[in-house]
Design a protein around this ligand. Structure first.
Ligand code: GDP
Length: 311
């Protein structure tokens, strides 16, 4: 990409899209295009066709998606499948129709089988059954990878796919019914501390293992891939370090300075037991993350809960 290339960031208000936007602005890319979902509903075929033919972007970061934590994925199963398929079908297809130079599609580590060999290499895709709690989301994302590849094969589109591990960072979702574990626990511990509540409820057994990546590290990876990677198939983007949910809860408890007790609610699902990415491929190309989990959690906590907003 040149600094003046016309770049469309789909989903620029979300955690991932906003991190990509910040990164592109910081790197002095000047010709950025983005629309709010009320101005452009990416699920709507006609609106997306009109947008692409009017704007003719050269590069597309496809970060728009319906996302959520374990409960949201499991509750809104139809919406996770429909919204994600519609968004990606429209954007990938119109990118082809309008001669986009290159498109980056973003997915998630939940595309891998529930019991995939760990760490999960890219070739573990479609080797087993998926984790049921997020199967609709995973099926949509797998369809997106295959669509990128099919358009590359049949039409010669330079589509690439990146699959990030569990993400956290600015603009995350803190709604306790929809969020992922990390923002949920930051909020729960913070509110418990503020209100002198003695116990905080944490879901599941605490045994599942998860790998976390700060979204600013992901944004750097996205830019790196857009500028250096042109292959079919998908590429993992992770931190290669994992913690149990219990360990995560203790780190967050310490960062927040909460001194009460944790109560484990076994009626809530654990989800997949472990999902650690094998990041050999992207590390071999020259990218690796810079923000440690401890540092990242501290900065997110500071920004979300401690900075006084005077505006
Ligand atoms: P997943 O990685 O797709 O399973 O999504 P989550 O980030 O939502 O959940 C990860 C793990 O954290 C699961 O085992 C959850 O049961 C557990 N967990 C513990 N407390 C919470 C919480 O308050 N909210 C969420 N979303 N997960 C929690």
């Amino acid at each position: 990409m040149d600094k003046g290339s016309k770049i469309f960031i789909a989903g620029h208000r979300g955690m991932v899209g906003s991190a990509i936007l910040r990164k592109l602005e910081a790197e002095a890319y000047t010709n950025l295009v983005y629309k709010t979902s009320s101005d452009l509903d990416l699920r709507n075929q006609e609106q997306v066709a009109n947008f692409f033919s009017a704007e003719k972007p050269e590069y597309v970061f496809l970060a728009a998606a319906k996302v959520g934590g374990i409960l949201a994925n499991n509750t809104y199963r139809a919406e996770f499948l429909y919204d994600n398929l519609m968004i990606q079908n429209n954007v990938i297809h119109q990118s082809y129709v309008n001669g986009v130079t290159k498109l980056l599609f973003l997915g998630s580590s939940c595309i891998y089988p529930k019991f995939a060999e760990q760490p999960m290499r890219e070739d573990a895709l479609l080797t087993g059954l998926l984790e049921p709690t997020n199967e609709p989301y995973a099926i949509a994302k797998i369809a997106g990878i295959k669509m990128c590849d099919a358009y590359r094969d049949q039409y010669g589109c330079n589509n690439i796919s990146a699959m990030p591990t569990n993400l956290y960072g600015p603009n995350d979702n803190y709604d306790l019914k929809k969020s992922h574990v990390l923002p949920a626990l930051l909020r729960k511990f913070h509110e418990a501390k503020e209100n002198n509540v003695e116990q905080v409820e944490v879901w599941g057994s605490g045994a599942p293992l998860r790998e976390f990546l700060h979204v600013d590290d992901l944004a750097e990876a996205c830019l790196f891939l857009m500028n250096n990677y042109n292959e079919a198939g998908h590429i993992n983007v992770g931190s290669s370090s994992e913690v149990s949910i219990k360990e995560l809860a203790n780190i967050i408890k310490e960062v927040v300075g909460y001194e009460g007790d944790l109560i484990w609610d076994a009626s809530k699902p654990d989800g997949t037991p472990r999902k650690l990415m094998d990041n050999t491929k992207i590390n071999g190309l020259g990218w690796s993350p810079k923000i440690s989990l401890q540092e990242g959690i501290k900065s997110v906590y500071q920004e979300k809960f401690l900075v006084v907003n005077n505006s």
